[in-house]
Ligand binder design. Sequence first.
Ligand SMILES: [Zn+2]
Ligand SMILES: [Zn+2]
Length: 274
Amino acid sequence: MRDTDMTRFQGIGAGIIDSHAHLVKEFFAEDQQSVITNMEAANVKQIVNPGVDLKSIPELLDLADRYKNIYVGLGLHPHQANEWDDTSWQIIEKQILHPKVVAIGECGLDFYYNNSPKEIQVSVLKEQIKLAHQFNKPVIIHCRDAWDDLFDILAKGPKPLKGVLHCFTGNTEIVSRFKTLVPEIDFYVSFSGILTFPKSQDIQEAAKIVDDNKLLVETDCPFLAPHPVRGKRNEPAYVWYTAEKLAQLRQQTIEHIANLCSKNAQRLFGLPNN
Ligand SMILES: [Zn+2]
Ligand SMILES: [Zn+2]
């Protein structure tokens, strides 16, 4: 292990799943293999590697074909929503039945950065929700400063729909609103390294009230490395630090959190239990 500190996580329960990582050459050009070895040594047994654009699909599928424990999401991130065109639906549809494709996404709304115009973000999210519904896949949602719009789109959109609010940055009120949505909308809540930051009190309070069967954990690596590796390039092995924070906040054992997050990720994404 690169961080001796991490040895305490080895052998906890049946391991854990990083529900959202960007394990691509853009960020892991030199050492992708050693990051995967490190993750396996740390008992991180599976990861979901969602795309942020459509040109990365061949790379994502190639990696998933080579590694049994890596799964793929196909989607267009809200930052790049203006890249969506007449061919995008077909490009995703063509690969959606690949056995390692487990989700649509990441897609969503980011009104904090607004790298693509709002109206385009909304319409491109709606298209991807339609795809998820049509092919009965979960949708990986990125939502920043856009909760009312997201609720509106989900309320009016196709049902049933399942998915995850990845890298959750909302508060207890948002969690409660999701709990009381119509039952045909089944959303999980995934926490990233942001949870471990001292200024994240709202997110920490939210993490206390997510139902056991809706809880997920992720790295969103290479971004947002948790305390105590904050500022470093993040990688799947570090998902344990966020799990440890969840355990502390929810007054549950780390074994319990690891088991919950693994079972929930397997149920949502249809991952094998191995
Ligand atoms: Zn995201
Ligand atoms: Zn992401």
